[in-house]
Write a protein that binds this ligand. Structure first.
Ligand SMILES: NC(=O)c1ccc[n+]([C@@H]2O[C@H](COP(=O)([O-])OP(=O)(O)OC[C@H]3O[C@@H](n4cnc5c(N)ncnc54)[C@H](O)[C@@H]3O)[C@@H](O)[C@H]2O)c1
Length: 316
């Protein structure tokens, strides 16, 4: 396949490119506008590969790259502004990248008859009660609670409308919270590890009991490949690995792995409108034959090891 991966200099996109290039002989174009969230060091090992090409541009400009991308058959769209806190401060760039950017890619896919896959989030479904066993499933109603999730939900609706209106061969995956190498240090797990390495306290929002359904990034990437291979056009797939842990549990486990004291935690004012719990019913992707390969505790140990060994690359 000739695949355009967008946002491939960010966390999940870069892991996706490395994982995909290990498994298949595709040609990968990586289009990324190199925002503050990207960090090209992680793709150094493939940058001169004959089946990889980086295009330094905004996805909103895809139409000017038609000639360069003439042999393309598939777009996998990771590019997005991804940090909820930033969207609360100013959501303009979220509208431009997450909604308008997705629209530009959909137009390109429609005009060139391309396969399209949209990377989305479980946050579009809103929040679940902490004390319930309920999980999000493919029929859960969209109920985004912050500007980030509202822009991701809007993009999903655009994708669905292109399937319905134009018969675009598109799929969507809504995944839970990822962790693993090459995540920006603004996010909980890298921030905890790096703060502890610097002997700085780890800020925790509110009471720290917000529950997220953690998945190791490689499990997410393998799920996307399976959807490209076996997914049905017009369908949504939920990806999650039954990894529910509260933020405070995650931070405590990292402190344990790094042999640090619990007095390194600093509770700070909660994020406005902070969702209490996310949990995924992953039966849609499990039916395609997917299952997670990584156990939370082992993968977290591996992740702590990665950030401690590559510390310099995360403090730039
Ligand atoms: N991180 C998670 O836990 C998680 C969970 C579910 C879904 N997602 C989704 O996965 C995707 C990737 O998330 P991530 O955590 O890797 O994000 P990230 O912030 O680490 O990376 C995003 C990348 O997109 C690029 N980008 C942003 N706007 C762009 C634009 N207009 N044009 C070109 N490039 C642009 C950035 O430069 C960056 O390299 C996002 O769509 C996000 O909504 C993330």
């Amino acid at each position: 396949m000739n695949i355009l991966v967008t946002g491939g200099m960010g966390f999940i996109g870069s892991n996706y490119i490395l994982n995909r290039m290990e498994k298949y002989d595709d040609f990968i174009y990586n289009m990324d506008s190199i925002t503050y969230a990207s960090n090209p060091w992680y793709l150094e090992k493939v940058k001169n590969s004959p089946n990889y090409k980086f295009i330094n541009d905004d996805i909103n400009n895809i139409s000017i790259h038609g000639q360069e991308l003439r042999d393309l058959d598939t777009i996998v769209n990771f590019a997005a502004e991804s940090h909820v806190d930033n969207s609360i401060k100013d959501s303009s760039s979220f509208i431009i990248s997450n909604i308008m950017g997705t629209h530009a890619l959909l137009e390109h896919a429609r005009k060139n008859d391309l396969r399209f896959h949209q990377i989305s989030t479980d946050e579009v479904y809103g929040a679940l009660p902490v004390d319930s066993k309920e999980k999000f499933n493919v029929d859960s109603p969209y109920n985004p609670k912050n500007p980030y999730s509202a822009t991701k939900g809007t993009a999903d609706m655009l994708v669905r409308s292109y399937c319905n209106t134009y018969g675009l061969k598109a799929t969507i995956s809504n995944c839970s919270n990822n962790f693993g190498p090459h995540q920006h240090r603004e996010k909980l797990i890298p921030k905890t590890i790096i703060n502890l390495m610097n002997n700085e306290k780890v800020p925790i929002y509110g009471d720290g009991r917000q529950i997220r359904d953690w998945i190791y990034v490689t499990d997410h990437c393998n799920g996307i490949d399976l959807i490209l291979e076996k997914g049905k056009a017009g369908k949504t797939y939920l990806i999650g690995s039954d990894g529910e842990h509260s933020n405070i549990e995650v931070v405590n486990e990292i402190m344990h792995l790094m042999k640090k004291n619990t007095d390194m935690i600093k509770f700070v004012d909660d994020r406005p409108g902070h969702d209490r719990r996310y949990a995924i019913d992953a039966s849609s992707i499990r039916k395609l034959g997917w299952k997670p390969e990584f156990n939370f505790n082992d993968a977290l140990r591996q992740t702590v090891d990665h950030y401690t060994k590559n510390y310099e690359n995360y403090i730039l």
